[in-house]
Structures are given as C-alpha cells and as structure tokens.
Design a protein around this ligand. Structure first.
Ligand code: CDP
Length: 229
C-alpha cells in the first residue's frame, strides 16, 4: 500500500493530538506533535530569561539561540511519546500553564516558525507520517494526501484540557484554562505568519459530539479512500 502524509490541524485542545496518535498507531505511521516543538522552544525561552511580563518575548535573543535548541522525541517503555529539549525529557513541563501562557506569542515569531517548519518537513520526507498542529495542511505539508481539520467548541475543549491537567496531577482552574484557550485561538487565527485556518482541501471533523470510536471510524475510512489504488 502506498504511504501518504496525513495532516491534522485544529484549535487548541480540539482532541487532534489524541486522534492523530491513535490513528498513527493503528496504521503503523510515525506520529509527530508539532505543538510540542513550539512548546519546547517556549520552555527554552522561559528558562533562559527571554520572557517577561513587562517586555513580552525577547525575540532577538530567542532567534539568536535557535541553533542551540534541539528537539527530539522518544517512545517511553509505556509506549507514550515524550518530547526532549536538548536531550532532557520535558514532556510534563511543556504541558503546564506557564508554557501554555507563552507558547502562542513565541509561535508568532517568523524565524521560530521557519526553523520548526524545516524540522517538521525533514521528519515527513519519507511520508508514512501523521503530524498534528495548526498549519500542517497549509504550510508544512501543503501537498499532504489526507488533511483533516478538527473543530470543537471552546467550552468542550477547556473541559478536556482541564480534566487532562487534573489527571496528570497539575492543580488547575477551569476558568483560567478556558481563558487561555480563547486567547490562544485569537492569537493563532489572527497572526500574520501561517495563521490557523482550514486548508481548502481539508476534511472537516466536528468532534463535539463524536466518541473516540466514531472519530476513528471516520479517519480510517478517509485513510482507506486516500491509499486505495
Ligand atoms: O495541545 P494544544 O492544542 O493546546 O496546543 P499544541 O498543539 O500543543 O500547540 C501549542 C501552541 O503552539 C498553539 O496554541 C499554537 O500557538 C502553537 N502552534 C503553532 O503555531 N503551529 C503548530 N503547527 C502547532 C502549534
């Protein structure tokens, strides 16, 4: 069967990562979480004093440091994917609210985007990949054979993210999570450089009311259609 590229884009906490991971596992493809790459870059900026309430992100310093930022992924013995920043497992830290609060301002910086998009394209050069994010079907892999755009309401998304944080043992406040999601939606859709939008040829999946199983059925059907012949 021919290998294809699968791009899954959508709003924050729309369930796209879970969906992309499950799909990749089922069809034996590599999964890459592009958001984790923006999050790890953001963590680097925070740790190195490049973010401040008064002045925002120190863009010049971060851009100069990009060659020192190495991001990779490992599969743990529990079979979950973890993100490494310069060799250190930062999976838990990049999901916290501090990184969530800074990641969208970091992701608007064109040089950061160019640096990470290049890396993402390298990951995908042999196809057989599922990548999720905001601009995968529009900018990273505009020629992807299968594109999915995931929709869900901000409240449903905030509830999911809140439950996820609590489950991971991170004390959280639902209203703060909802506010962060709305703010990131705004920044992500209005930024100049590759804003979040549905690619014209993407399949739209509204997952407010779909169970995981129903979602997977839809994706597998689509995958079979795209790889047939
Ligand atoms: O998991 P969640 O949906 O909250 O977000 P994520 O996929 O981890 O991405 C975190 C942030 O990175 C997003 O809010 C975007 O600002 C940015 N991002 C991006 O700009 N482009 C991507 N391809 C992926 C993420």
């Amino acid at each position: 069967m021919k290998k294809i590229t699968i791009a899954i884009d959508g709003f924050s906490s729309s369930g796209k990562s879970t969906m992309a991971k499950q799909l990749a596992r089922k069809i034996g493809y590599v999964y890459v979480d592009s958001g984790a790459m923006y999050r790890a870059t953001t963590l680097y900026a925070i740790r190195n004093g490049m973010t401040s309430k008064e002045r925002g992100v120190d863009t010049a310093a971060l851009v100069a440091a990009l060659p020192d930022i190495h991001i990779s992924f490992i599969i743990t013995p529990e079979e979950t994917q973890h993100t490494l920043l310069n060799g250190e497992d930062v999976e838990k830290e990049i999901r916290g609210m501090e990184v969530s609060g800074w990641v969208s301002p970091v992701a608007v910086i064109p040089e950061v985007r160019h640096y990470l998009v290049k890396l993402q394209q390298q990951y995908g050069k042999d196809k057989g990949i599922v990548m999720d994010g905001r601009d995968i079907g529009t900018t990273v892999f505009p020629d992807a054979e299968m594109k999915v755009f995931v929709q869900a309401s901000p409240e449903v998304r905030a509830r999911r993210r809140y439950d996820e944080l609590i489950e991971k043992g991170t004390p959280s406040d639902y209203e703060a999570v909802l506010a962060n999601i709305k703010e990131r939606d705004h920044i992500d859709t209005t930024r100049k450089e590759s804003p979040l939008r549905k690619a014209d040829d993407a399949f739209e999946l509204d997952n407010d009311r779909l169970t995981r199983e129903q979602q997977m059925d839809v994706l597998i059907k689509l995958f079979e259609e795209k790889t047939r012949g």
